[in-house]
Design a protein around this ligand. Structure first.
Ligand SMILES: *[C@@H]1O[C@H](CO)[C@@H](O)[C@H](O)[C@H]1NC(C)=O
Ligand SMILES: *[C@@H]1O[C@H](CO)[C@@H](O)[C@H](O)[C@H]1NC(C)=O
Ligand SMILES: *[C@@H]1O[C@H](CO)[C@@H](O)[C@H](O)[C@H]1NC(C)=O
Ligand SMILES: *[C@@H]1O[C@H](CO)[C@@H](O)[C@H](O)[C@H]1NC(C)=O
Ligand SMILES: *[C@@H]1O[C@H](CO)[C@@H](O)[C@H](O)[C@H]1NC(C)=O
Ligand SMILES: *[C@@H]1O[C@H](CO)[C@@H](O)[C@H](O)[C@H]1NC(C)=O
Ligand SMILES: *[C@@H]1O[C@H](CO)[C@@H](O)[C@H](O)[C@H]1NC(C)=O
Ligand SMILES: *[C@@H]1O[C@H](CO)[C@@H](O)[C@H](O)[C@H]1NC(C)=O
Ligand SMILES: *[C@@H]1O[C@H](CO)[C@@H](O)[C@H](O)[C@H]1NC(C)=O
Ligand SMILES: *[C@@H]1O[C@H](CO)[C@@H](O)[C@H](O)[C@H]1NC(C)=O
Ligand SMILES: *[C@@H]1O[C@H](CO)[C@@H](O)[C@H](O)[C@H]1NC(C)=O
Length: 529
């Protein structure tokens, strides 16, 4: 079943029941991460900008707070390396004002909304020109407009963005991919282009540090990289065009060449498939919550972990007991097809075994407590039939990695993340620098991070509380207290009975668990509706 139809089905179930219970996909834990010290301590003008990415809003996805218009309207946006358009939820968007739209989306409403009437710098670029489609089939559409946008202290003038009046979810998205992949034939300079063109940064490059799952936030650093945030050398890999075979670079894909599971008893199980041997394009997408692999790789992992697939929703689940029985499980992803230039990122088992269902059962699955697996099959997506095989590595992978996205040189710098880092050592990236210590005309600099994972883990916040809930949304009751006002994307897992788990409700009642899973990857071409 296609994932998009799984979602529709789930929502239909939702609408037909009255006494449901909601469970959020709750990744939020721990303390906010220190944001101070992220500004470069350079003698010259600061040309890197850091912004905190909060991941405790919908409990899926990483969000940046930006200001759009004059005076600035505060908008919290999903930070998405898997698409290229930045767009805002318009104040008159269907989901924000229409109770029927809200009902259809399980009572969801809008978070922050943008009102062009309140901005003196708003300009209409193309009425009806904006329409984007994501891999889960969801779409957003409206006008292309331009307005000022400020992020992390970087003020961009007259940025072209989408002004959405039909939205699938109540939050805005900042797509930071290649402008070759904007969702319109009339290509335009996107936010990454404009940060560079307007002289705010010296390179179309940024570094992503999502940080520990148990921390509330990560960091995006535009125009630089931070050597305190990763371990060992930063391996530089070329960005590929393989998966979509287009003339231009359109997505952040690198060569994925190995996967192994290290169990607590010391055994290693290497997954060997022709795809991995030949190298598979893997897209590093911050807008996608889980990680999606072709069946040839996903199924052996399911076997190794005793995962069970709920075929109705095409989701794989594992026994939460693995968290106890396999405390040192790691899943190691290796990249690079050239033997002299490979890098491995080890993801701890606890980041892939997601205890997000709060003990609720899923029909037909008999584990005492059911956990969602952070690796899923990509075979449910239409795109995997249309395009060559590829992997989509989202938050469950990216949290363990430090990723430098260099759109000037079509390269990705990759290393194991140094989690909970509280200090910074920022190197500015320059598109044309002659000095090789800070990037060069030919690529990312050769840099090395810290020697090992730091052991102190008590980050402190001196940046003060960051308010994260948007007040802009209008009206509409939400489905339950846990999701109240939250702009979650819901994939609902229905259950008829306790199936060996703890019994909930009377037999025959559906128990619906809501997990927020975002899948904001915009396929090249597919975006052109
Ligand atoms: C990072 O900090 C959180 C608390 O904020 C802690 O739970 C976690 O174990 C730390 N991670 C590491 C790798 O030390
Ligand atoms: C501004 O508000 C008026 C009504 O108050 C509305 O008709 C108009 O479409 C709005 N302008 C934009 C750009 O939304
Ligand atoms: C912006 O417009 C909204 C109506 O959509 C209004 O409620 C609000 O007060 C306005 N804000 C400002 C600062 O003018
Ligand atoms: C950027 O804009 C904000 C208001 O949106 C303003 O407070 C700040 O001074 C501006 N910064 C620069 C460098 O112009
Ligand atoms: C907003 O854009 C205008 C031009 O459209 C520019 O003059 C102004 O300085 C910008 N404001 C900020 C805060 O960047
Ligand atoms: C880099 O070089 C190009 C072409 O030589 C030039 O247009 C651009 O302004 C330079 N950028 C910087 C940051 O020096
Ligand atoms: C590729 O990029 C070039 C230069 O930006 C542009 O002229 C061309 O139309 C692009 N091709 C596609 C297929 O998008
Ligand atoms: C996994 O096991 C292999 C072989 O025993 C070892 O070389 C590797 O360092 C281990 N990786 C991790 C992350 O423990
Ligand atoms: C180690 O644990 C794995 C996973 O439970 C199991 O498949 C394997 O047989 C075990 N190896 C040994 C030597 O016990
Ligand atoms: C897991 O790894 C830690 C650190 O290497 C070690 O101290 C502990 O004994 C391991 N646990 C098991 C069950 O092997
Ligand atoms: C999210 O985390 C921020 C700090 O990063 C905190 O100020 C805020 O209260 C948290 N929000 C929720 C809903 O927990």
């Amino acid at each position: 079943m296609k994932l998009s139809s799984a979602i529709s089905l789930a929502l239909a179930l939702w609408a037909s029941k009255s006494a449901q219970q909601h469970v959020q996909f709750d990744l939020k834990q721990g303390l906010p991460i220190d944001k101070t010290g992220l500004r470069p301590r350079l003698a010259q003008r600061a040309t890197t900008y850091a912004e905190t990415l909060i991941n405790n809003i919908t409990d899926a996805g990483y969000y940046a707070k930006v200001y759009v218009g004059t005076p600035g309207q505060e908008i919290t946006m999903l930070f998405d390396t898997g698409s290229s358009d930045t767009w805002v939820v318009g104040y008159r968007a269907d989901l924000c004002i229409n109770p029927t739209s809200q009902q259809l989306r399980a009572g969801l409403t809008c978070m922050d909304v943008y009102n062009p009437n309140n901005s003196t710098t708003y300009k209409l670029v193309r009425r009806g020109g904006f329409a984007i489609k994501y891999i889960d089939g969801s779409t957003a559409s409206g006008d292309y407009i331009s307005d000022n946008l400020s992020i992390g202290g970087a003020n961009i003038t007259s940025l072209q963005i989408g002004y959405a009046i039909r939205v699938p979810r109540g939050f805005s998205i900042m797509g930071v991919g290649f402008s070759a992949n904007v969702a319109t034939r009339q290509k335009y300079p996107n936010i990454i282009d404009q940060l560079y063109t307007q002289g705010l940064v010296s390179s179309k490059a940024y570094s992503l540090y999502l940080n520990d799952q148990r921390a509330d936030s990560g960091t995006i650093l535009f125009g630089g990289l931070d050597t305190d945030k990763f371990i060992g050398p930063l391996t530089v890999l070329p960005i590929l065009k393989a998966a979509f075979t287009t003339a231009n670079y359109t997505s952040f894909e690198v060569s994925f060449s190995g996967l192994s599971l290290n169990f607590t008893n010391g055994t290693t199980s290497k997954i060997t498939t022709p795809e991995l041997t030949a190298s598979l394009p893997a897209i590093l997408d911050s807008g996608t919550t889980l990680s999606y692999l072709p069946d040839s790789i996903a199924l052996p992992i399911y076997d190794a972990l005793g995962a069970v697939v709920d075929t109705v929703h095409n989701l794989a689940f594992v026994d939460c007991d693995l968290l106890r029985s396999e405390p040192n499980l790691t899943i190691t992803f290796t990249f690079g097809s050239d033997n002299s230039n490979t890098v491995s990122v080890a993801v701890p088992g606890r980041d892939m075994i997601l205890d997000v269902l709060d003990g609720y059962p899923v029909a037909g699955i008999a584990f005492a407590r059911i956990c969602l697996l952070g690796i899923q099959s990509i075979s449910g997506f239409e795109a995997s039939e249309t395009f060559n095989n590829f992997a989509l590595l989202g938050g469950t992978f990216l949290r363990s990695a430090y990723v430098v996205y260099d759109l000037d040189h079509n390269e990705i710098g990759l290393a194991q993340a140094n989690l909970n880092s509280t200090i910074s050592n920022i190197i500015e990236l320059k598109a044309n620098a002659s000095d090789s210590s800070s990037g060069s005309g030919t690529g990312l600099p050769k840099v090395t991070g810290v020697r090992a994972q730091q052991t102190t883990s008590n980050p402190t916040s001196t940046s003060g509380p960051r308010t994260s809930s948007g007040g802009g949304g209008s009206g509409g009751g939400s489905g339950g207290s846990e999701t109240s006002g939250l702009p979650t994307v819901t994939v609902t897992v229905g259950a008829q009975n306790a199936a060996g788990g703890r019994a909930i409700g009377t037999p025959g009642d559906d128990v619906l668990a809501v997990m927020a899973i975002t899948l904001c990857f915009a396929l090249v071409g597919a975006a052109l509706l």
